[in-house]
Write a protein that binds this ligand. Structure first.
Ligand code: ZN
Length: 452
């Protein structure tokens, strides 16, 4: 039990020991991934996950557990996609694709057209309608392998997937194929969100991701045969928005109950795998934070909430709704921490805060050293917590090792077996330790901060 006699070092030890010897996060993830499975917004899986996580949080003896209603988009993939490359001589080679989230279907019998390969929107513009009209645009800019922080490589590529269709439509393209956001070469297509902006429905062109191996193949074949054709068929469909929920649990603060600390991840996932890394890991780690606070006898001074956000992947509706409600109720959110970068070995945190506050946070770094947590940098936090940003509060994101994350991200191999139990638990403990410090000491910008 934590007591006033315990040093921070001792509390840290107790947090890490409790989760590594008697943690719940891995069992929770097993259930979420293998019994419930994928949780695309508006799906049955998503609704099952809402009901089940609420039930599990209720078992923890928190002060309050509730559901926050939020309307979410509902997009359904339909039958498995099919695609092939057809050479000028008529030889066909099947390739692995998947529809991008939010894409329209192809005509029922599929879509076949010649292909123009580009690497960015400038190249697209330079080619113009003369070369693009009536063709499929193939975006093939790979993730940059020499960027050590792989999220930067993702950030440098993802516009092809997200706005590729909108850009290609300007020049009369009939479809879009985008290289999967994956650093390695394999056969798995990776889905993800895309936009049509304000394009009317009849102008929307079908868009799909192709595996990295098949992107290489298509590119190589185009060099030999630029009149080849690409065929694809997909049956996805956008429905009307449906009602879903954020799941919230709270431990009431003993001293400053009106100062809120949030820890969270997103409950929805893509539909190809079971969303174990993205973001089942963040969900169960966040649940484990509140469980660990109780299990180690920490009685927080501030109110601690776990928020399991709905619809990060294709809309951010849950994150926006939570922040909107917090603002409406005048709740003072002093600190929010998100885990949404995979369940891999934690390295540290990225902090979205002022320089003065960051210097204070850096003072805590030595406490984390025995746990090999050393990465403390200023930067982004997490998509779901980002709408909570104010001029004074602190947002943070857990930063696990990211080298293998994009092997799995939004693909069919984002499954339970890809998550290591100890790595997952170390992440949960690391999050709990940081929440403990923010609760105990606060920072200069927190009304109850530095009062100790
Ligand atoms: Zn995610």
């Amino acid at each position: 039990m934590a007591s006033f006699a315990q040093t921070d070092e001792e509390v840290f030890k107790s947090i890490y020991k409790t989760t590594l010897t008697n943690g719940k996060s891995y069992n929770w993830l097993n259930y979420l991934s293998n019994q419930i499975g994928s949780r695309l917004s508006g799906s049955l899986g998503a609704e099952k996950a809402v009901a089940w996580t609420k039930e599990e949080l209720e078992k923890l003896g928190l002060d309050k557990v509730w559901l926050q209603p939020v309307m979410v988009p509902k997009w359904v993939r339909g039958a498995k996609e099919y695609a092939y490359i057809k050479s000028s001589e008529g030889k066909t080679t099947t390739v692995n694709i998947c529809a991008l989230g939010g894409s329209v279907a192809t005509p029922a019998l599929g879509l076949k057209a010649q292909v123009v390969e580009v690497h960015d929107f400038e190249e697209l513009e330079a080619l113009g309608s003369a070369h693009i009209e009536g063709k499929i645009v193939f975006y093939n800019r790979p993730m940059q392998p020499d960027l050590i922080q792989t999220f930067e490589a993702y950030g440098g590529c993802v516009n092809q997937r997200y706005e590729g269709a909108v850009q290609a439509t300007k020049y009369g393209a009939v479809g879009v194929i985008v290289r999967s956001m994956n650093l390695r070469l394999d056969d798995l297509p990776h889905t993800g969100s895309m936009t049509y902006n304000e394009l009317p429905v009849e102008k929307r062109i079908p868009s799909a991701a192709i595996s990295t191996n098949d992107a290489e193949l298509l590119s190589a074949m185009l060099k030999l045969d630029d009149a080849l054709e690409f065929f694809f068929r997909q049956n996805c469909k956008q429905f009307k928005d449906v009602l879903s929920h954020n799941v919230i649990g709270e431990i009431r603060g003993s001293q400053y109950p009106n100062e809120y600390i949030v820890v969270g991840g997103h409950l929805d996932s893509w539909d190809l795998g079971d969303g174990s890394h993205d973001d089942g890991a963040g969900v169960v780690q966040s649940m484990e934070v509140l469980r660990l606070l109780k299990a180690t006898g920490i009685r927080p001074k501030r109110s601690i909430r776990v928020v399991l956000f709905m619809n990060e992947e294709n809309g951010l509706r849950g994150g926006n709704k939570y922040a909107e409600e917090a603002k409406r109720k005048g709740e003072n959110h002093v600190f929010a921490l998100e885990s949404d970068a995979g369940g891999f070995t934690p390295r540290g945190f990225s902090f979205d805060c002022t320089e003065t506050t960051f210097q204070q946070v850096l003072g805590w770094r030595p406490l984390f050293k025995p746990y090999l947590i050393h990465f403390f940098e200023k930067g982004g936090s997490g998509a779901d917590v980002s709408p909570l940003k104010t001029n004074t509060n602190v947002l943070a994101g857990l930063r696990p090792d990211s080298q293998r994350y994009f092997d799995h991200h939004h693909a069919s191999n984002d499954t339970f077996d890809a998550v290591n139990k100890r790595e997952l638990e170390l992440g949960a403990a690391t999050m709990t330790a940081l929440v403990y410090l923010f609760d105990k000491y606060g920072v200069n910008t927190m009304p109850g901060g530095l009062k100790n």
